[in-house]
Design a protein around this ligand. Sequence first.
Ligand SMILES: Nc1nc2c(ncn2[C@@H]2O[C@H](COP(=O)(O)OP(=O)(O)OP(=O)(O)O)[C@@H](O)[C@H]2O)c(=O)[nH]1
Ligand code: SF4
Ligand SMILES: [Mg+2]
Length: 407
Amino acid sequence: MAKVMNGDRLHIAIFGRRNAGKSSIINALTGQPVSIVSDTPGTTTDPVSKAMELLPVGPVMLIDTAGIDDTENELGLERVRRSLRVLESSDMALLVVDASGNAGELEDEVLKKCDEQKVPCIIILNKADLPQSDKTAGWLNGKSFVKTSAKNSEGIEILKEKIIEAAPSGWEPPFLKDLLSPGQVILLVTPIDASAPKGRMIMPQVRAWRDILDADAIALSCQTEELAATLAKLKDPPDLVVTDSQVFPKVAAVVPESVPLTSFSILSARQKGDLAEMVRAVKAVDSLRPGDKVLIAESCTHHSLHDDIARVKIPKLLNKKVGGDLIIDIAAGAGYPENLQEYKLVIHCGACTLNRREMLRRQAVPAKLGLPMTNFGVLISYISGVFPRALKPIPEFEEETWLRKQW
Ligand SMILES: Nc1nc2c(ncn2[C@@H]2O[C@H](COP(=O)(O)OP(=O)(O)OP(=O)(O)O)[C@@H](O)[C@H]2O)c(=O)[nH]1
Ligand code: SF4
Ligand SMILES: [Mg+2]
C-alpha cells in the first residue's frame, strides 16, 4: 500500500521554550513514544517530522522543533531560526507554554510570525498539573488557550477538537490515492440508472478517477451488467474494485474473493469524516425497535438527486430490518433539531459538499450526547451485508483491532 503523500497531510508544527513539553505533547497526541522526552532542556535539537494517522483528525505530519529560548549562543540562535522556518511549510502551529515556567516576548514573536504567514496557532498551557507562575498567567491574560497535562494525558481530546476547528477550511485527506501504487489497475463499477445525473459523473466517481490518475495508476470503468465481461477481458484481475454501494451484493458475487473490493461511499465516508466511528455506530441498527426515532440528516436543503435514498430507500430498508415502522424524521440544512437526544440513531448524508472539518464537527454533536451517527453509504453497506469485505482495503480497518473484532 502506498503511503499518504506528504502534501495530503495536515502539517502541524510545535513550538515553545525548551522543556515546555513539546515532545510530550506529540507523544500524548499520538499515544506513541514518537519524540524523546527528558528533563534536560534542549533535548530536541532539530526539527523532527513524523507522518501519522491522528484519529479523528486524519493523516497529519507532526513536526517537533527545538526550543525557541535557546538564544545564548550562535548555535542555539541557528536552531531557533531553523525551528521558526518550519512555519513556512506548516498548515498549523501549536505553541506550548509551561504553566510553571516563563512566557513573554519569545511567544509573542511566534504568534506574530504565525499571523504574518496566516498560519492558525493554538496556544497550549501545558503542565497544568503544576502551580501556575505569575509570568505565564500574565502573558495568557486575554488569550484563548487549551489546558493540558501531557504527563497525565489530560486535555488531549480537547486539543484534538481544537486542531480540527483550526484546520484550514479546504483541507481533507485523499479519496483513494493513498491506497494505490503506480501501474495498478482499478476498476470502477458505476451504474448509470434513473438516479444518475444527466451527462456527467457524480463527485465521488470524479474524485476516484482523479486520484487514480494522480497515483499513476490505471482507471477502468463499467456498469454492473458489463462487470463480468470486463473482468473476462482482463489478462490479470484488477488490483482494486470500487463500486456503488447500492449494487455491492451483485458486484461482490462477480468479483473473486481474492480481489480487494470497496465502495465509493466507504471511501467518501473515510475522506469526509471519522469512518471508524460511523462503522461502530451502524451497529446501533441491530438494537432498533418499531416506534424508535431515527433522524436522517442532510446538509443541503436542495437535494433532489438523492431524495429517493433518504426518503424512500433508507426508510424501507430500516423498517424491513426492524420488522415494523420506525419514526423517521428528516433534518435538512446546517443544524440539528433541538430534540436530538430523543433519537436512537442519526444517519447522515454523504456530505459531498462539506469538507472534513465540517463533517467532523457534525459528527461531534451527536457524539457528545452519546448518540450513534452513521451515514447513508455505511448503513446501506451494513444492511446489504458487505462488511467486512468492503472495509478490508482500508488501512484504518486493519489497524483498529476493535473494528475488526466487530466482524
Ligand atoms: N509535571 C509535568 N511535567 C511535564 C508535562 N509535560 C512534560 N513534562 C516534563 O517536562 C520535561 C520536558 O518535556 P519534553 O517533552 O522533553 O519538553 P520539550 O519541550 O520537548 O523540551 P526540549 O526538547 O528540550 O525543547 C520532561 O521531564 C517531561 O516529563 C506535564 O504536563 N506536567
Ligand atoms: S452534502 Fe451532498 S449528500 Fe449531503 S445533502 Fe448535500 S448534496 Fe446531498
Ligand atoms: Mg523536545
